[in-house]
Design a protein around this ligand. Structure first.
Ligand code: AMP
Ligand code: MG
Length: 422
């Protein structure tokens, strides 16, 4: 953590905590994030989704040998006639894994398949579609260039070069790349431990009978899903009633066991006051009203050695604030570097959207391509912060910036996909 404490930093910044811009809150949080220490070595398959803790150097040249990018014939570029066909004598074959052991001399060529080692003497491959074989005599069409279709040894990666940098999140491509270097084990950061609980007297667990005014706790399930997808070790601490002693105990217990504590509910006006005074005793926490919708109340700070995110209670607000503030923070804490922002796109909005200027809105949308191939987006319907179905039906957020007012059909808007390909 930086020398500057959270309280000092929040006093030093001149933004109104009751109208905190999204970007400003995000930047504030990022000053205090340092990756957790702790490295484990795992077999490569188990590294999927985890963060590399060390650079991976290539122990070999990739490709290891000069090889052909095409099925065809390997020959000497100097033999190719400037004009007209060139006819050469085929003296052998080089297949992937079964090289030709001789040398290609003047007037000679070798049948070669993709990945086959380019034999000594040869420097060029002509693809078979540009050649005609008649027994051992092979005629090559004019217009070939010396050096074509040959992949040089070490062209992708030189022995000793950095194949993957620490901080990289391992995806299927990285698994394959590491395997292609003959490396079976890698060093990854230990998983981030994240404890979470829901707060609220009205919340009941699945299986309980609901009394009047009671609801099932859904936030713990969305949080579980979002955290598990990020590869965190999750510690689900259940529902904690709105009682100071119980909450205090839960906060202490969570902070003692985890790198990060996440709660939902209890940070909105009215409730915030007693939570605020308790958290100020347990650690250092700032409370904001973010200029956004949904997800206005948000708390961030430290409790003991743990980072704390106090998310709003409304189910959609939990997801939106998680994705806009917590996700990137958890990736940084997990050692990921760089943490790329989730990309956004432009799409034409097909419906009218109600929007008040002065805050950022994250409406839930469905992004599609229209008949002429252009991206179009429409809202999922009712946008209330308690309507979880609006998230479930969505494949994107429609992000409407602070300055934007109502959106008329046909306007270009910014969208952020919820789902990635890999
Ligand atoms: P709060 O921020 O605690 O005032 O909660 C705001 C709204 O979200 C209230 O309607 C709560 O009942 C609802 N809520 C809070 N926590 C949960 C939860 N874990 N699951 C579902 N709804 C919740
Ligand atoms: Mg509550």
């Amino acid at each position: 953590m930086n020398a500057l404490t959270i309280t000092q930093a929040s006093c030093a910044d001149d933004y109104d905590p009751n109208s905190m811009p999204v970007a400003k809150a995000r930047a504030f949080i990022h000053q205090f994030l340092q990756p957790v220490s702790g490295v484990v070595r795992v077999p490569i398959r188990d590294a999927l989704g985890r963060v590399l803790a060390e650079d991976i150097l290539s122990p070999v040249n990739v490709p290891a040998h000069r090889n052909s990018a095409m099925d065809g014939w390997a020959l000497r570029g100097a033999d190719l006639k400037a004009e007209g066909e060139t006819t050469l004598e085929e003296i052998g074959a080089s297949f992937a894994g079964r090289p030709f052991n001789g040398r290609v001399g003047p007037g000679q060529c070798v049948r070669i398949m993709t990945g086959g080692v380019v034999p000594e003497g040869a420097d060029t491959v002509v693809m078979q579609e540009r050649a005609k074989a008649n027994g051992k005599a092979v005629a090559f069409a004019p217009g070939q260039k010396t050096g074509q279709n040959v992949r040089e040894a070490g062209e992708d990666l030189r022995a000793g070069a950095v194949a993957l940098r620490r901080g990289r999140i391992v995806r299927p491509a990285e698994l394959g790349l590491v395997a292609s270097l003959g490396i079976g084990e890698v060093a990854v950061h230990r998983r981030l431990r994240v404890a979470f609980f829901s707060t609220g007297d009205e919340l009941k667990g699945i299986g309980a009978t609901l009394g009047e005014g009671e609801i099932y706790d859904s936030n713990r399930y969305t949080l579980h899903g979002m955290l598990a997808r990020l590869g965190c070790d999750v510690l689900d601490m259940g529902v904690v009633r709105d009682e100071p002693q119980l909450l205090e105990r839960a906060f202490r217990e969570a902070a003692a066991q985890a790198d990060v504590v996440i709660t939902s509910g209890g940070v909105s006006v009215g409730e915030a006051d007693f939570v605020k005074s308790m958290l100020t005793q347990l650690g250092e926490v700032v409370f904001w009203k973010i200029a956004m919708k949904p997800g206005r109340p948000l708390a961030y700070g430290r409790i003991g050695g743990a980072h704390f995110f106090g998310l709003p209670g409304n189910p959609v607000s939990v997801m939106v604030t998680f994705y806009q503030f917590v996700r990137d923070a958890l990736l940084v804490l997990s050692g990921a570097d760089p943490v790329a922002p989730v990309p956004t796109f432009s799409a034409t909005c097909t419906q009218r959207l109600k929007k008040a200027p002065g805050r950022t809105e994250f409406q839930r949308g469905v992004l599609t391509r229209n008949a002429s191939g252009a991206l179009e987006v429409r809202p999922t319907g009712e946008q209330g912060s308690g309507i979880l179905k609006s998230m479930s039906d969505a494949n994107c957020f429609i992000i409407l910036g602070d300055a934007t007012g109502n959106v008329e059909p046909g306007t270009t808007v910014e969208v952020q996909l919820l789902e990635g390909l890999v």
